[in-house]
Design a binder for this molecule. Sequence first.
Ligand code: SF4
Length: 335
Amino acid sequence: MMSQPISTPPRGMPAEQTDFPRLRVGVSSCLLGNKVRFDGGHKRDSFLTDTLGRYVEWVAVCPEVEIGLGTPRETLRLQRQGSHIRLLMPQSGADYTAAMRAYAQRRVIELDAENLDGYILKKDSPTCGMERVRVYEPNGIPHRDGVGMFAQVLMRHCPHLPIEEEGRLHDPRLRENFISRMFAYRRWREMAARGITRANLIRFHEQYKFLLMAHNQEGTRRLGRLLGNAKQFPSDQSLADAYLAEFTAVMRRVPTVRSHTNVLQHLVGYISNQLDNDERAELAETIHQYRRGLLPLIVPLMLLRHYVRKFKTPYLLGQVYLNPHPYELALLNQL
Ligand code: SF4
């Protein structure tokens, strides 16, 4: 399903660079303000509802309610029993392990068919938590080494789907990385829907090349080699599977100021000959100030975008790096 573009191009930018699809994102229902928690309350996250929500069609899921538990209800927790971890209500001793596992196996298959671009989970929950969830030992002492029972099945079933916890999204770098990955995954699926061919894979890689370099240079080279050795794969689909696994791993690496600086300088190399001395000095200065932490990434990026548009530099016009997500989200505006 291709949805309507939602972003308005800045003046002078070609529309094809700034049209962003509305993302379809699974979310722990309580994060949207739905009163589904054990205590009858919610955990509304204003960044999700008020900011990201403008670019997202939510698919809200509360696994505990969907297995038939009421609201309010007794609390659940993860409990270690020998080599197993159970999902229990400690007060009554009711055991929901089998019910939650059976539900999760079925529900993640349904969600997979919903063409999700990402998933945001509620941290610390014995059901939805992605990591560091409390697991209670038989002596009653908890260790933070568990994974929510629904989240575990979801992550195993959808290894390439960008998944994050709402708590981690308060970190600007993790937030930017996650949203960038969701748009990348969406573009991947749109490319796959047009047909997995070697030519489409190469085009996709070319458009992502500089963004990938910002995430991980060595991984980007591995991806290039994969495509260069395409003939060794028995089919285009097997090549695409190998590419997507590596692409996902590279995109998970969070870019650094240093890696962005390298990419910016690399991009300048494509247009340097067309700049006059003042323009070249100004661009170099903004990159330098970004590297020193005095300017946000958006400043040299906007300047580069301006020159790429002005000179119509063909290879750079289609680079996702210059326009990875709706600029209204201001994800690159942080120092
Ligand atoms: S954390 Fe998950 S299971 Fe708990 S209330 Fe929120 S959506 Fe429901």
